[in-house]
Design a protein around this ligand. Structure first.
Ligand code: AMP
Length: 595
C-alpha cells in the first residue's frame, strides 16, 4: 500500500484507490497478480487506463511498452522502434498518446498511419478498448474500400485521433475534409510494410501537412535504407529502440484462456465462433470420436465446419483440406495427428477444445496461427481441474495466458451487429440481376422512411441473434469456485458417455457413495465423471467417452454383497431417472441463414 501511495501520488490521481480495488476484484484478490500492475503504475499509466487494460488481462508491460511509454509520457521525444507484430507496440504508442490528449480541445491531435485496412481497424479497436473509461474521447478509423461518405461524416463530428491508411487519408486531405495542422503525435506503424505497398509518396505528402513541432514515432519490423531516409528527413533526434530480433511466430500469438464448466465447453466454442465472425481456425480435440462429434454438432448448428481425423480415407481428408484452404469451411475440427501436415498461413484462431496432452503439443497447436508475421489467437477452453496443466504450459511458452471472460450475449450481438453493418456497407450489388425486381420492391417498401428501412433491414438477420442469446447464461467460472462441490454435477457434454449401473436409492446409494464405489472398482484408472442421477433401483452417470468401454470391462462380473453388478451403456430411454431437466431454453439453434 505504501508503494501504491508513493507511486500514485494520491492527490493527483484520486481515483486510484477505487480503480485499484476494482483491479483486485477482477483478479479475485490474487495479490501476486495485482502487484504486477504496479509496473504499469510505476511507468506512469493513469488509473482509468489501468482499469481498462486490467480488464483486457494485461498484467505487466511488455518490453517495448516499458521502454516507450515513459519516454513519451515524460517528454515528447521522437522514437524509432524496431519491433515485430505481436510485441505489444499498439499499447506502447497508444497508452501514452491516449493519456496525453487534451480532451477539451476538439481537434485531431494524433494521427496513426498503418498499411492495411485490417490493421487500421485493429488499432482503432485496441485504442477504444484502452480508453474505455476515458469519457468524451473520440477515435475515427479511415481506410480504403469503405464508404468515404460515412468516414467524412465521422470526421465532421470531430475526433481526437485518426487511424488511417495513407491512400484514403490523402484522398480525404485533397477533399479538405480534415485538417492536420494541430497534430501533436504522428505514429507510423509498420513503416516498412507501408513503403513496400508503395505508400512512400502519400506518406511524405501527409507529413508535409503536419506541424513541425509534432512528436513522431516510427515502428518497423525492418530498417531498410528508405526508412532511415524518412527518419532523417522528418524526425528530430529520434531515440532508437530494438525489441526482439527475429520474427518468430510465437511472438505474434495472443494466448487466451477461458475457464468454464466442462458441460459448457461446446457452448463456449460457439460463443467464440459467434464473437469472431471472421474466424478461420482449427479446433483441436484429443480423440477421433470427439473430433467427429464436435464437428457434427457444429454442422447441425449451422456453422461451416468439418472434421479431420485418422478415420477418414485419404481422398476424404484431401477434400476436407481443400475446402478449408479455399475457405469454404472456416472451422476445422482436428486431432493433433491429423493436423500435423496442415500448412495454412492465415489462421486467425487455434482453439484447444480439449487440453493438449503436454505443453509441447500446445506449442505445436498454437504455432499453427500467428504465422508469416500475422497476428493470431490461441484459445484454451479449460475447467478448474486443469489449472495445473495451464501453469505447465505457461512455463513452457514463457508467457501467461490472458484470462478472458467468455463473451456474453450482449457482446456477441454487438459484434454481429457491426459485422452485419460492415457487410451491408461493402456488399457488391448485382445491378442487372436486381433491376427487374426493383419496381415491386419499391412498391412494397417505398412507404418506409430511410431510418425505418435501415432498422428493419438490420433486424432481419440480427433478431435471430438477439433471440438466441436472450437467455444465455454467464458461462464463466471463477477461479475461486469450489471445485469439489461442482465436480459431481458439472459434466454432461458430449465428451461424456452415460453408463447405467443397477444400484439405486434402495441400495442406499448416493452420488458420493457411487463415486467412491467406482473408484474402488477401477483401481489404477484415472477418470472424470459427468452428471450422476440416482433413481430408485438404478443410477446413470457420465464418464469420459474414451474410458466408458474400459470401465464396463473392469466392472464386468463384479459382485457387491453377493449381488451381481451390471454396468452398461445407458442406451435405453426408460433409464431416465428424472424428468428432463437442465434443458436449455436457447438451444439447439440452426445458424444457417444467419450472418
Ligand atoms: P500488438 O503488437 O500491439 O499487436 O500486440 C500483440 C498482442 O499482445 C495483442 O493481442 C495485445 O492485446 C497483447 N498485449 C499488448 N500488451 C500486453 C500486455 N502488457 N500484456 C498482455 N498482453 C498484451
Amino acid at each position: 500500500i505504501t508503494k501504491i501511495l508513493k507511486i500514485s501520488n494520491f492527490h493527483k490521481y484520486n481515483k486510484v484507490f477505487d480503480n485499484f480495488y476494482y483491479i483486485c476484484k477482477i483478479n479475485f484478490f490474487n495479490f501476486e497478480k495485482v502487484f504486477l500492475y504496479m509496473t504499469f503504475l510505476e511507468i506512469g499509466i493513469k488509473s482509468e487506463i489501468l482499469k481498462a487494460i486490467a480488464e483486457l488481462g494485461f498484467l505487466k508491460p511488455m518490453p517495448i511498452q516499458k521502454t516507450v511509454i515513459p519516454i513519451i509520457l515524460n517528454k515528447d521525444t521522437d522514437i524509432i522502434a524496431l519491433a515485430q507484430t505481436g510485441t505489444g507496440k499498439t499499447a506502447a504508442f497508444g497508452l501514452p498518446v491516449l493519456q496525453k490528449l487534451e480532451l477539451e480541445e476538439n481537434h485531431i491531435q494524433a494521427l496513426i498511419l498503418s498499411p492495411t485496412r485490417e490493421l487500421c481497424i485493429q488499432i482503432a479497436d485496441d485504442l477504444m478498448n484502452y480508453s474505455k473509461y476515458i469519457d468524451n474521447l473520440n477515435i475515427v478509423p479511415v481506410y480504403g474500400g469503405a464508404s468515404m461518405e460515412t468516414q467524412i461524416r465521422a470526421l465532421r463530428r470531430g475526433t481526437h485521433i485518426v487511424v488511417a491508411t495513407p491512400g484514403r487519408l490523402n484522398d480525404l486531405l485533397n477533399r479538405r475534409v480534415l485538417s492536420l495542422k494541430k497534430i501533436k503525435y504522428l505514429v507510423l506503424d509498420e513503416a516498412d510494410e507501408m513503403l513496400n505497398m508503395g505508400f512512400a509518396e502519400s506518406i511524405e505528402s501527409i507529413i508535409n501537412e503536419l506541424p513541425e513541432s509534432r512528436c513522431t514515432m516510427l515502428f518497423s519490423a525492418t530498417m531498410p535504407r528508405e526508412i532511415s531516409a524518412i527518419a532523417q528527413k522528418y524526425m528530430n533526434k529520434p531515440v532508437e529502440i530494438t525489441i526482439g530480433t527475429k520474427n518468430s511466430g510465437a511472438e505474434n500469438i495472443k494466448h487466451v484462456c477461458y475457464t468454464v464448466q466442462a458441460k459448457d465447453k461446446y457452448d463456449t466454442l460457439i460463443r467464440i465462433a459467434d464473437y469472431y465472425p471472421n474466424i478461420y481456425g482449427i479446433v483441436f480435440c484429443r480423440t477421433k470420436k470427439e473430433t467427429q462429434e464436435i464437428a457434427n454438432k457444429l454442422i447441425y448448428d449451422g456453422y461451416n465446419a468439418e472434421a479431420l481425423h485418422g478415420d477418414l480415407s485419404q481422398p476424404q481428408r484431401d477434400a476436407v483440406m481443400n475446402k478449408f484452404r479455399n475457405k469454404n469451411i472456416n472451422l476445422l475440427i482436428a486431432t493433433d495427428v491429423a493436423a500435423r501436415g496442415i500448412d495454412v498461413d492465415d489462421l486467425t484462431h487455434v482453439i484447444n477444445f480439449t487440453m493438449p496432452e503436454d505443453p509441447d503439443t500446445y506449442n505445436h497447436r498454437s504455432g499453427r496461427t500467428g504465422r508469416a508475421g500475422k497476428a493470431g489467437i490461441s484459445i484454451i477452453i479449460t475447467n478448474l481441474k486443469e489449472k495445473n496443466i495451464i501453469k505447465l504450459i505457461e512455463k513452457k511458452i514463457g508467457r501467461d495466458f490472458i484470462r478472458e471472460s467468455v463473451p456474453n450475449g450482449r457482446e456477441i450481438c454487438e459484434k454481429q451487429l457491426f459485422h452485419l453493418i460492415e457487410k451491408i456497407e461493402h456488399i457488391e450489388v448485382d445491378h442487372s440481376e436486381i433491376e427487374p425486381y426493383l419496381p415491386i420492391i419499391y412498391k412494397k417498401l417505398g412507404w418506409l422512411d430511410k431510418e425505418d428501412l435501415i432498422k428493419r433491414l438490420v433486424s432481419v438477420e440480427f433478431n435471430s441473434f438477439l433471440d438466441y442469446y436472450k437467455d444465455a447464461p454467464d458461462l464463466n467460472v471463477s477461479e475461486h469456485s469450489d471445485v469439489r462441490r461442482k465436480s459431481s454435477r458439472n459434466h454432461n457434454d458430449n465428451a461424456f458417455t452415460e453408463l447405467y449401473i443397477n444400484l439405486g436409492r434402495i441400495d442406499g446409494i448416493y452420488p458420493s457413495g457411487l463415486i467412491e464405489f467406482l473408484n474402488r472398482s477401477n483401481k489404477g484408472m484415472k477418470f472424470k465423471l459427468g452428471k450422476i442421477e440416482i433413481a430408485k433401483s438404478f443410477s446413470v452417470f457420465g464418464i469420459e467417452s474414451d474410458l466408458a468401454d474400459q470401465m464396463i470391462h473392469n466392472m464386468h462380473g463384479m459382485k457387491l454383497e453377493g449381488r451381481r453388478i451390471v454396468v452398461k451403456l445407458n442406451d435405453s430411454k426408460s433409464n431416465k431417472p428424472t424428468k428432463e431437466k437442465d434443458k436449455k431454453k436457447y438451444k439447439p439453434r440452426n445458424k444457417k441463414g444467419l450472418i
